[in-house]
Design a protein around this ligand. Sequence first.
Ligand SMILES: Cc1cc2nc3c(=O)[nH]c(=O)nc-3n(C[C@H](O)[C@H](O)[C@H](O)COP(=O)(O)OP(=O)(O)OC[C@H]3O[C@@H](n4cnc5c(N)ncnc54)[C@H](O)[C@@H]3O)c2cc1C
Length: 374
Amino acid sequence: MSESLQPDTIHTLPGWNGGRMTMQCLRVEAETHDVATFVFRSEQPTLFDFRPGQFVTLEPVIDGRTVPRCYSISSTPSRPCTFSITVKRVPGGLVSNWLHDHLRAGDRLTVSAPQGDFNIVDRPAERILMLSGGSGITPVMSMLRWLHDTAADVDIHFVHAARSPEDIIFRRELEAMDRANDRLRLSVTCESTGNGSWSGHRGRLSASMLQQMVPDLSERTVFTCGPEPYMEAVRDILGGLGFPASQYHEESFGGAPPAEPDREMPEPVVDADDDDTGDVVEATAVETGCTVRLARTGIEFTCAPSETLLEAVQNNGAWIPCACQMGVCGSCKVLKTAGDTRMQHMGGISDDEEAAGYVLACCTYPAGAVELDC
Ligand SMILES: Cc1cc2nc3c(=O)[nH]c(=O)nc-3n(C[C@H](O)[C@H](O)[C@H](O)COP(=O)(O)OP(=O)(O)OC[C@H]3O[C@@H](n4cnc5c(N)ncnc54)[C@H](O)[C@@H]3O)c2cc1C
């Protein structure tokens, strides 16, 4: 440690200076057989400022290449001297396994500033239903820890779905909070009993199970997060029950965005450079594909109609850093120096950045010849 945590040596970094910081891993805590929490602090003792539910982008260097990935902060800003992420091993996954196998106390890592609209500060509510599946518990756990620590006057029902009792992340802490907080109600369902006994709900979340667990469902604001199949199930259940979209907030951990918006909740932001001519230009692009030129290297190739700029770049031996690949995190932001494009992002780019010519390569389709500053 470079400095001890004395009050007069602590710095506050609102918004983390809006940029990236070198963090030091303080400790690694096993949560389940394939989930671990990594606790970080900055080199200089710092009070971390973030909104419960937000995520950071880690930039580990693996085999000489920076491989960014997004992780929700699982800790709470009410305990601001450190922050944590909680990572599940993904079979065959590069970064999740690297973190488990290589990141140890004392190691340093570049981490970008927290971001994301999926947070309890920007979307306050008096009656909340938190719905999480598997490792999707992380952002809602941050929200729950925050509401619990601050004794917020919020009625919370926390419904978590796990594969088995051994897979329940944060189980002890959840049960302790449930016992201590009379404004919290905890319900957990397990797909199977695994190796242990389980007297709680059994099976995957269903409409009837949810209605039984949460009779006042329609009066609550939902915050939900989980793997894509879980999210699809939640959307189907709530959609089928006529749950209002205005009371629904979600964070998804994976899966590319659809080529065209095909979900009722939520709708990605669709930007086209030229609303009047876009359809005509796009029709041509759909038939032929478009030329993409990387200005700095002079590499030129064709982007197939179904490809994003990111896929085309990767398929042609070039490289743009990327993490979420769904228009959320902004890692693949690149300056477009020429050409028309169509972008379907999920909040990973600001209006000012767009106005300055930036696009997110992971969710941008060319509508004519395009030149990128990379
Ligand atoms: C906003 C946000 C927040 C998130 N928060 C969390 C969190 O709190 N906790 C958490 O655990 N995760 C979280 N994630 C997911 C996380 O960002 C990573 O996607 C996840 O850890 C997997 O990354 P990886 O590098 O291990 O896997 P990757 O290497 O990206 O692989 C992902 C999948 O693709 C497969 N794959 C990889 N390469 C190939 C190939 N060549 N051919 C075929 N298949 C292949 C892998 O087997 C794996 O199934 C979050 C994601 C987002 C967008």
